[in-house]
Design a protein around this ligand. Structure first.
Ligand SMILES: *[C@@H]1O[C@H](CO)[C@@H](O)[C@H](O)[C@H]1NC(C)=O
Ligand SMILES: *[C@@H]1O[C@H](CO)[C@@H](O)[C@H](O)[C@H]1NC(C)=O
Ligand SMILES: *[C@@H]1O[C@H](CO)[C@@H](O)[C@H](O)[C@H]1NC(C)=O
Ligand SMILES: *[C@@H]1O[C@H](CO)[C@@H](O)[C@H](O)[C@H]1NC(C)=O
Ligand SMILES: *[C@@H]1O[C@H](CO)[C@@H](O)[C@H](O)[C@H]1NC(C)=O
Ligand SMILES: *[C@@H]1O[C@H](CO)[C@@H](O)[C@H](O)[C@H]1NC(C)=O
Length: 462
């Protein structure tokens, strides 16, 4: 996750609000339209199935299934099926069955434009993708008046599962090749100019979400983004994009609590999972990650912002051929804290920077050191083994001059060079912590005993 600026975020929210208003009007218009053309209604089922008892949990109940094709979608990969998808969504959302399945049937490819699906809905929704969903092919085919920040957005939904045996194909190639992307201009340059590329799937201000068993590939930008969500369970998903595709984070979460990400495989061109500001209680388990940039907390504290992240667990995972393994990155000048993080039982293969804290994160060469930073404390690294790419040291704890990292605990670390026998010494700067066991390579640079903190309470408050 590279571009987290406050200003674009604010304008994005403003834009989103606008789009929602426009959509709401569009929808009510649409409903009228449907009623005034009765001959069309033979193609579309009754707006809402008869109310069923709230205890009805029967997934196969015909009245609770909303097949895109029944709403007129063609699914030939060329026809614009957006309106049919919206109608299926609206019907399912208004249905009073306890569970309503929106079915993207197998054997069909549905082309859908950037859309915001808005709740709250009457019952629980299941979007079952057994076929293929895809956006227009690149910036040239993207309608001028559609958002370029995001493709499919689910907004204010409480209780939804996104699953199926199908594929979400983000068709990102033409976006990655825009001349504004790193090294994509003439002669490997990067040209200035607007460079927005859509996030494939975004959940915004929603709760009780499950994403399960899906394949998603080649997003123009992040594959999934959750912001302002609560209780998110991601299970057995498979995300792929080429290793040089810019900014294609697998799963990005922000201001989101109670997250479980289990048993998934992610290989892409940026972070497998990135955890932004305002996330608490995140459990990541059995992830296979790489190539890409590894699993990151951050970047936090950009533009002097306050960031709070706590209770994060990353365990039983496999990270291979990535630029970083487990990373915490913060900008100079922020405030708040990252606290209570455990990285446990992680196997690394040929990873650059397997273990890294970087409190001097900076994308240009022009960042200056500031007198505040997001503090980093109570971090456990245990049972982290494997090999590192010898271009960087296997462990790097680069903590801020003004705000040291405290209470870092290391045990059972064994990191060997992936080739040759050059052993790099770990690097520490202003990092306090303890070794519970001997490590390979040995770490002698951590400072002992907790510093006498003279920190302004306001800086680290969360
Ligand atoms: C669907 O559920 C309703 C209410 O439980 C029931 O009356 C109806 O027969 C069911 N339909 C099918 C096809 O199972
Ligand atoms: C975008 O423009 C097209 C054609 O002018 C119009 O049909 C569509 O409703 C517009 N979409 C939005 C979201 O305003
Ligand atoms: C989410 O589900 C839990 C039970 O599964 C329920 O208690 C809670 O109210 C739901 N969340 C919201 C915001 O409704
Ligand atoms: C870990 O996840 C993979 C899928 O990525 C799955 O095949 C495997 O069974 C999982 N292992 C455990 C112990 O659940
Ligand atoms: C910021 O501080 C670090 C640690 O003291 C130092 O290595 C680095 O050169 C400083 N950067 C600037 C731009 O002054
Ligand atoms: C150090 O961190 C561990 C793990 O988060 C925590 O249990 C412990 O209380 C911390 N110790 C201090 C002195 O804060």
């Amino acid at each position: 996750m590279k571009h987290s600026h406050i200003l674009p975020l604010a304008s994005c929210i403003f834009f989103l609000t606008l789009v929602i208003l426009v959509q709401a009007r569009h929808h009510s218009h649409h409903a009228k339209h449907k009623h005034s053309h009765p001959h069309k209604s033979s193609k579309t089922p009754k707006p809402a199935p008869p109310p069923s008892p709230p205890h009805n949990q029967n997934y196969n109940n015909a009245s609770g299934i909303f097949d895109l094709r029944k709403f007129g979608a063609i699914g030939d990969g060329e026809t614009d099926d957006t309106e049919s998808f919206k109608m299926a969504w609206d019907s399912a959302c208004q249905s009073e069955s306890a569970v309503n399945v929106i079915l993207v049937p197998q054997g069909f490819s549905f082309l859908v434009q950037s859309t915001i699906f808005t709740g709250p809905c009457q019952g629980v929704l299941e979007l079952k993708v057994d076929g293929t969903l895809m956006p227009p092919d690149g910036p040239e085919s993207w309608p001028k008046n559609n958002s370029r920040h995001q493709w499919l957005v689910f907004y204010r939904i409480n209780g939804m599962s996104l699953e199926g045996s199908g594929l979400i194909d983000g068709r990102g190639e033409k976006w990655w090749d825009l001349p504004c992307k790193p090294h994509k201009g003439p002669h490997g340059t990067t040209l200035p100019g607007p460079c927005d590329s859509p996030i494939a799937i975004r959940f915004f201000m929603s709760s009780n979400l499950t994403v399960q068993g899906l394949r998603i590939k080649n997003s123009p930008q992040f594959h999934f983004r959750f912001d302002g969500c609560k209780n998110v369970h991601i299970e057995s998903i498979y995300i792929t994009a080429p290793k040089l595709s810019p900014n294609t984070d697998g799963i990005h979460i922000e201001n989101t609590n109670d997250v479980k990400i289990y048993n998934s495989v992610i290989s892409n061109g940026d972070d497998c999972v990135s955890i932004g500001s305002g996330c608490n209680d995140v459990d990541i388990k059995n992830i296979t990650c790489g190539p890409g940039h590894g699993i990151s907390i951050g970047s936090l504290g950009n533009h002097n912002s306050r960031a709070c992240v706590s209770n994060i667990m990353v365990r039983d995972s496999f990270i291979k051929v990535t630029d970083n393994g487990v990373r915490i990155k913060t900008w100079q000048g922020g405030s708040g804290s990252v606290s209570g993080v455990t990285f446990s039982n992680i196997h690394m293969v040929s990873v650059r920077n397997p273990i890294i804290i970087d409190q001097f994160y900076c994308l240009t060469k022009e960042c200056t050191n500031k007198s505040s930073a997001v503090s980093v404390s109570n971090i456990i690294y245990t049972n982290i083994k494997g090999t590192y790419d010898i271009r960087s040291p296997p462990m790097r704890f680069a903590c801020s001059d003004s705000v040291p990292c405290t209470n870092l605990t290391l045990s059972d670390i064994e990191l060997l060079p992936s080739q040759g026998d050059i052993v790099h010494d770990p690097f520490c700067w202003n990092a306090y912590g303890d070794l519970e066991t001997l490590t390979i390579p040995p770490v002698s640079c951590l400072l002992e005993s907790t510093p006498q903190l003279v920190l302004d309470y306001d800086i680290t408050r969360c």
